[in-house]
Design a binder for this molecule. Structure first.
Ligand code: HEM
Length: 380
């Protein structure tokens, strides 16, 4: 499958204002499972997905002929012969174990710390929404200066983790096949694997993305919705990226996994006017966890490690942890889509795969654009 990147740029971001601790919180008892920073049983259900993932990666040779005809965009072929779109099995000829190496390293990492999976999903999303899926979020040094890169923006720096795993994947791939596999593709493979680990059916990732040459923190704030961005603002941001309202609501279901830092939750739960409509017992629950501002709160209190549609139920009954999810649940068009998705796990997963593939095609650099970085931290 081939697809040109769309000319867009934008995002959703996380407002992170540090507000005072909620003083009454620690007194509260809660009916919700205590899953803060702790593994959950639904993690075990994913073994089958992991096995399938490894098998799929080992045998993804469907487009090997097409690649041979087109040539690779590495030093093995002149760059002017490079294919212009994304292609499944892109590395089959020049780095056949590329996806397998990514998968194996990710699985090993998630065994050690499963919370890195959702963070990698967020890492990929924040890369794609800001200047396209070009691994600009991974850069630590550019000619513009190391303190101004996307990675160091207020939205990314305190919250997104998982960079080291990606850097390590790249190091292993450079040892295996130097100058061939882009950081942007590594991120796309790792995102897929993290999603599969959380229960999304596996899917082929068309590759051939090349790495961007610049990274500016200022682009992040302009392209990612903030915690206080209204529903219409979020819709417009995704629309500028070529993602429809339904795509966005489907993707927002990724808040079925992962965690929010209390610093992002406290502004709402410590202000009665902002949480008046929230389920009061849930507010108490969040306050008790966030009595310690360094804690994190699962975005889905019941199945925090499993991608499932029950998160829409949470949004619809006033138990969204994040204000933007609440704002979307109260927007009439978004609300109708959430209600439709809520009871349809299989349908949502299928739509999620389509939407995440679409997101992975935003403004990609292919052909002779960009470069294949030697180290994901820096331009060559
Ligand atoms: C609709 C606009 C969105 C907004 C405003 C938003 C905002 C946020 C915020 C504030 C957090 C908590 C960060 C923290 O405190 O550490 C978060 C977490 C997360 N978001 Fe979103 N998000 C949006 C859409 C998406 C999309 C489209 C995806 C992926 C397809 C996604 C995936 C995630 C994941 C997986 C986490 C958990 C991260 C972790 O556990 O480290 N979000 N998001």
């Amino acid at each position: 499958m081939a697809a040109r990147g769309r000319m867009i740029a934008a995002t959703f971001v996380v407002c992170s204002l540090i507000l005072p601790l909620v003083s009454s919180a620690s007194k509260t008892t809660t009916p919700y499972p205590n899953v803060v920073n702790s593994p959950s049983d639904d993690l075990k259900q994913n073994t089958e997905h992991q096995t399938r993932l490894l098998l799929d990666n080992e045998s993804s040779d469907e487009n090997a002929n097409e690649i041979e005809a087109n040539g690779d965009v590495s030093e093995a072929e002149p760059v002017e012969n490079a294919p212009q779109g994304l292609i499944e099995g892109f590395y089959q000829k020049h780095c056949p174990r590329a996806e397998q190496i990514v998968t194996e390293l990710l699985m090993k990492t998630l065994q050690r710390d499963h919370t890195l999976g959702p963070s990698i999903v967020r890492l990929f999303t924040h890369d794609c929404l800001v200047k396209g899926c070009d691994a600009s979020i991974l850069l630590e040094n550019t000619p513009e200066g190391q303190f101004k890169v996307e990675k160091n923006s207020a939205i990314n720096k305190p919250f997104i983790r998982g960079y080291e795993v990606i850097y390590e994947m790249k190091a292993q791939l450079e040892a295996e096949c130097p100058g061939i596999v882009s950081c942007a593709d590594i991120l796309a493979f790792a995102n897929r694997d993290a999603l599969v680990h959380a229960g999304v059916p596996t899917y082929k990732v068309a590759a051939g993305r090349r790495d961007g040459l610049s990274s500016l923190a200022t682009n992040v704030m302009n392209n990612v919705p903030l915690l206080n961005t209204p529903a219409q603002g979020i819709i417009e941001i995704f629309d500028r990226k070529g993602l429809t309202l339904e795509d966005m609501i489907v993707l927002d279901g990724a808040h079925s996994i992962g965690r929010a830092h209390c610093v992002n939750v406290i502004p709402r739960i410590s202000d009665e006017s902002k949480c008046r409509e929230m389920d009061p017992s849930y507010v108490d629950h969040l306050r008790s966890i966030c009595a310690n501002i360094n804690n994190t709160v699962p975005l889905d209190p019941v199945t925090p490690n499993k991608m499932d549609v029950r998160i829409y139920d949470e949004f619809l009954i006033n138990r969204a942890v994040l204000p933007p999810d609440d704002a979307l649940a109260k927007d009439s068009n978004s609300n109708a889509i959430m209600k439709k998705l809520a009871g349809d796990q299989e349908g949502w997963l299928a739509k999620f795969v389509t939407a995440v593939i679409k997101m992975g095609e935003i403004e990609v650099l292919t052909g002779d654009k960009g470069e294949i970085r030697k180290d994901c931290r820096a331009v060559n």
